[in-house]
Design a protein around this ligand. Sequence first.
Ligand code: NAD
Length: 643
Amino acid sequence: MRTFVHSSRSSRVVFGFGTVDRLREEVGRLGCSRVLLLFSRVPADASARVREALGDLVVAEFDGAVMHTPVEVTEQALAVLRDASADCLVAVGGGSTTGLSKALALRTDLPQVILPTTYAGSEVTPVLGETRDGRKVTQSSAAILPETVVYDVNFSSTLPLGLSVTSGVNALAHAVEALYSAESNPLTDQQALDAISRIARALPRLADDPADPAARADLLHAAWLAGTCLATVGMGLHHKLCHTLGGSFDLPHAETHTVVLPHAMAYNAPAVPEVMRRIADALGAADAPSGVHDLVTSLGGPTSLRDLGMPESGLARAAELAAATPYPNPREVTAEGVAALLSDAWHGRRPTGGPAPAGDPLALLTDQVVASFAEAPDPRVRVLLTDLVRRLHGFVKDNDLTDSEWQYAIDFLTRTGQISGPTRQEFVLLSDTLGVSSAVDLLTNSRTPETTPSAVLGPFYVEGPPETALGNDISGGLPGSPLWVDVRILDTAGKPVEDAVVDVWQSNEDGFYDVQLPDLDGPVLRARLRSDGEGRITFWSILPSAYPIPDDGPVGQMLAAVGRHPYRAPHLHFMIDAAGHRRLITQLFVAGGDYLDSDTVFGVKDALVVDFTPHTGPTPDGRRIDGEWRRLDYTFHIAPLAG
Ligand code: NAD
């Protein structure tokens, strides 16, 4: 017979697809009518659905929740809450948004309705971790436990695969530690084992189809079960370690859980072999700790603390901190034991104790290759190569790649290299037409939202274009609609940037660049100008035209194979370099031009589509033009160099 105590306080739970539509009713059940809506970076259509569902109940919104619930943010949200005289909190997001809601509820005793969008499980616990002056302090109280949780599977379906894996393993960690908790009982055991098997089955299905509704439903169901375990029984070494690493070394929450869990399990395994056997069965693995490691590895999840930014020099201190105060754990926690555990986690080693994953030699091969990067002196090189190899191996496996398909790929890349030269950049074209250049570019822009968006360099830039004076004509007399360009370069504070070196280049009326026209004499439609004291450059040129990228090489074959056209929307290129500022490479697109919606390199951004206004009559510099000419006015904003 097993002796146990079970005690729980639970939230009301509404679970399903489309349950967002129940939010209004659930707020009403609590007797409330003035909602403060809390968000943090959930997709725009999700926030729109919540607003629609709540309608006029929403009296204020706050979207500033961040990880680890810093009190400064809570105070900002509290001011919004009080200004709006809200009588209820509705939080839509991951554990960070739930944390903010809990912090507000603790201070105001207002009821909470949480719609979770990750698998963190915080929504069903009476626990809050708050950060003040860089220290995270955890407390538990009845006022913290949300009254109602509305689980809408649709809202978790947009969580990207990487975050789904780490968040899923965060839930797995609650279930694993509940099973060997001193307070475990038959009910939490059942909940935990159910959660583990749902997570182990669902995560691999997401790798095939990240939106798989049944897999998403399983994961959210598991998140609820695992969160309930976390709320009911005490956790052990794993949670303590993750708390220490997150709090003292600012490591990301779910990722840290993902890396540490297999190693904490391996540490505890000798003390609870029977529990580990049950976990292994639920996972469908031969061994629990290495089973979790293999699951994470097969999904491309993080496996090493080093890759999360943990300094090796901090390991000993983390071990001391984790072992300093005694707490319940099935195996005695010693500083040396934890140091060895952390060293394994830092290096990303596969926990020993279990057999190599039988039947999956590919996973072993991937691990071997990744391990071969372990001593790379540049950590960034190691991270990038590790991830590249994992994804490439995953690509080979997921698509069941044949030898001849891989040979074709090698041949394709070989031909891409062979056709490239000083004036033909096939690799740039490949990167552009696969959208990779624009993806890098989008990331770059997102870091400096106050500057003019950048755009891809494209394959036709030539180093060192001819210097020309302001106001000159760079068209070399080629036919086309005359174009007067008058652009200013300002910094992010609006101050003119003098002496900026501005390279411009463009296509001719027929859509060709000079380097594509061997009969042309010298560089034309490209030049280097320097901005004056007002940060201004002016020059004459001709209206650029739409044009096909060179499609007589491997990239053209790829476009043909998928039925894509090779055209670029008409545009003018700019590369702006100024001392003390970040380089800006961008393009201005002709409003109303062809292919703006289907630019073959995915380079068009709304902010860069501008009027090239038609004019007749006098020109800005008195040049005589019969008939129509165009004028481009634009202001670029460039960012100062950081630091
Ligand atoms: P999070 O809430 O910070 O979310 C992680 C990222 O996912 C964010 O960038 C968020 O914008 C994005 N995101 C969330 N849902 C999304 C969706 N559906 N689609 C696309 N993007 C989405 O991270 P988390 O792991 O959910 O929560 C971590 C926080 O929760 C930590 O502060 C941790 O301490 C706390 N936590 C508390 C408890 C508890 O019981 N008190 C339990 C677990 C976690």
